[in-house]
Design a protein around this ligand. Structure first.
Ligand code: WT7
Length: 661
């Protein structure tokens, strides 16, 4: 399939022109968790009390007094006075309800090993590891960092932390040692849970040395727990203050740890994400609002039932995995599938083999994966029985209608609705998407805001735009799983999200997600992508400034500009335009050093697709780099008027290089 075929209709205009709608299949609607369309009106009329419905998905040790307290807006407080424990809600109560033998986690390793944890087994190991963490000195409110691939010990460690009231901070295993150190320093985290390695395409990939390298840059004392994933394949040594996970758990065999009573607004976890500046933002999520909302949306949007087997192919190192592999599904008592590896190992049908083997009912993945499946061809899903599927979902970036339709037809057999879910690390859970048992679907448009979510498309002044016009997303009312602040940086929290459209004097606060969007006459929103200097590579958020600072740290680089350019599979890819320093030449050698530095600073996901050397960057008369122009060059778009540039002559040269490669 050519690039044109895969992304041919990815263009915005094409996406908007496509007016097709699909009704949810009757068979799905008949059994759906939410089918009453008046839910939108009910939530509006009963707001904010409507959120009691989300809170009702949880078991509370002490009932909350108020649904919403706005005194400290925009730091809103939800379910104040309420007390609960997230691990109790995800584990104990299901066991107490007689569902201890129901499967909580089905884990499949890349080599094909399988591990099944019933709720009772998961609870037992969470208890044991919680006891071990306590013995290591972890106290309530201590931040525990996890730097782990997709192994069951990751959700176990998260739930063990939740049990003892220690917020976790999970760092994606693909991030670099530097990235780990930055996050541990920024959160004063004295504990790390990591892993000796994992498998990728059949090869054992060492991970511990990366963790150790990161630890050397951590400014305070640390204790580390190491999970042995590779066994005899790769030996590893433990340093001082490093403990073997299995030994710790064995030493606490059979122990139980009383779940710590947490206030509704106590921190459940931190998750670092990229922003406009070079410094990642520590997004703080709290216990009750987050858990209630992820449980509610798992029920209403993902349509999950306790009896379901559900698979979200994301990595737990991102918010999608936190909300919709771990917390939402487990709060509902569902079986959640975890897969360690890649979709094309040993062959390109691995995902469909998993769906077939486990009889997956609901499958949730990213458009970047769907575009790859599409490129590989329908023969791979056709080899397997996918008839267990009832609902499909996508997340992370806009999905082009062609990929949507391929997914609908070849994976869902036109029998499964698709929910295209727009949300962010900061929102904690789904914000814009269809309710699958209620709404028609429009390929390319995520849908309306969920019930109780006041999302709008506005112009630069904050006024709602007409249907069909481009504007910016805004969220005008708070919601339970919203971020509460940026860790130890309230100022940046206000600055990043609450200055654009808010009126602090009038105490009116409007959340600015930093995405562009359009809305149609039916209120369906088509998300156009980030409007800040953040790019979206394979559904992963990267700050261009972070990449730029890694590049300018390379000897021989004078200046650099990083932008996102269209990419057939990844959605966007990193393009780096670099001015070499006097006396240095832009060539393979410098390029290799630049790429190495980016991988060291962030990780392989930030690897530039292309490094373009240029004596100058296109700048406006006032000296601002014309990023838009660099984006257009990277995407191969037609360029607008360049005559207002200070140095229009550089454009052609840059363009020639990009096209020539
Ligand atoms: C950014 C958030 C949500 C978990 C994964 C990413 C983009 C996300 C969609 C969608 C169009 C989407 C937005 C958003 N995005 N979902 N369905 N359609 N764009 O979380 O790393 O915090 O990134 O991802 O640009 O702002 P994240």
């Amino acid at each position: 399939m050519s690039e044109e075929d895969v992304r041919g209709d990815g263009g915005l205009e094409a996406r908007l022109e496509e007016q097709e709608t699909f009704e949810p299949p009757a068979e799905f609607v008949e059994q759906a968790n939410v089918t009453d369309e008046s839910i939108y009106e009910q939530f509006e009329q009963e707001w904010p009390e409507c959120w009691e419905r989300a809170a009702d998905f949880l078991e509370w040790e002490q009932a909350y007094d108020e649904v919403l307290v706005e005194d400290d807006a925009p730091t809103y407080q939800w379910f104040t006075g309420g007390k609960l424990n997230a691990s109790y809600n995800c584990l104990d109560r299901h066991v107490e309800d007689g569902r201890g033998d129901a499967v909580a986690i089905e884990w499949e390793g890349e080599l094909g090993e399988q591990r099944t944890y019933t709720y009772a087994e998961l609870l037992a190991e969470v208890n044991e590891f919680a006891a071990a963490l306590r013995e290591l000195g972890v106290e309530e409110d201590d931040v525990v960092t996890m730097y782990m691939p997709m192994v069951p010990e990751l959700p176990i460690a998260m739930l063990a932390c939740a049990r003892i009231g220690a917020p976790h901070s999970v760092v994606f295993a693909g991030f670099s040692a530097d990235a780990l150190a930055t996050r541990m320093n920024s959160s004063d985290s004295e504990y790390l849970v990591t892993c000796d390695g994992y498998y990728r395409r059949g090869d054992a990939l060492e991970h511990l040395s990366k963790a150790n390298e990161g630890l050397t840059d951590v400014e305070h004392e640390t204790s580390t727990v190491v999970v042995d994933r590779l066994g005899d394949d790769v030996e590893h040594d433990l340093g001082a203050d490093q403990y073997d996970y299995d030994e710790l758990v064995a030493a606490h065999e059979g122990e139980t740890v009383e779940p710590v009573t947490r206030d509704a607004e106590d921190m459940l976890f931190l998750m670092y994400t990229s922003g406009t500046t070079g410094k990642p933002k520590g997004v703080k999520h709290t216990t009750a609002g987050y858990l209630a909302y992820t449980a509610w949306t798992s029920h209403a949007v993902l349509d999950l039932e306790p009896e379901d087997t559900y698979w979200c192919s994301a990595d737990i190192g991102w918010i999608t995995g936190h909300s919709y592999i771990v917390y939402g599904p487990l709060a509902l008592g569902t079986t959640t599938v975890m897969y360690e590896g890649t979709p094309d190992y040993p062959d390109k049908d691995r995902f469909w083999e998993i769906v077939d083997d486990y009889d997956v009912d609901v499958f949730y993945t990213a458009p970047t994966a769907i575009r790859a499946f599409m490129k590989w061809g329908a023969e791979y899903p056709e080899k397997h029985d996918l008839s267990s599927l009832r609902l499909l979902g996508t997340v992370g970036e806009p999905i082009n209608p062609r990929a949507w339709k391929w997914y609908y037809k070849h994976i869902g057999d036109e029998q499964c609705p698709i929910v295209d879910t727009w949300w962010q690390t900061e929102t904690g859970g789904h914000i814009i998407t269809t309710l699958p048992g209620v709404c028609d679907m429009k390929p390319g448009a995520a849908g309306p805001g969920l019930p109780g979510i006041d999302v709008r498309v506005v112009d630069a002044a904050g006024e709602e735009v007409d249907a069909g016009e481009a504007g910016y997303l805004s969220i005008d009312k708070p919601w339970p799983s919203m971020l509460r602040t940026l860790y130890r940086n309230d100022e940046r929290f206000i600055e990043e999200y609450w200055t654009e459209y808010s009126d602090p004097e009038a105490d009116e606060w409007v959340y600015f997600p930093e995405d562009g969007a359009k809305i149609d006459d039916d209120g369906y929103i088509t998300v156009l992508g980030r409007v800040d200097d953040v790019i979206n590579v394979s559904g992963h958020r990267l700050g261009t400034m972070e990449v730029e600072s890694a590049i300018v740290g390379t000897q021989g680089v004078a200046e650099a500009a990083v932008v996102g350019g269209d990419h057939e599979i990844k959605g966007e890819a990193v393009y780096a335009y670099v001015i070499p320093e006097d006396g240095y030449e832009g060539g393979d050698e410098l390029e290799d050093e630049i790429v190495d530095n980016v991988v060291d600073a962030i990780g392989p996901i930030a690897k530039p697709e292309e490094v373009v050397f240029t004596p100058e960057l296109p700048k406006t008369r006032s000296g601002k780099i014309m990023r838009r122009l660099l984006e257009d060059i990277a995407s191969g778009n037609e360029l607008g008027n360049t005559s207002t540039l200070r140095n229009p002559e550089v454009v052609e040269d840059i363009q020639r290089q990009v096209q020539g490669e």
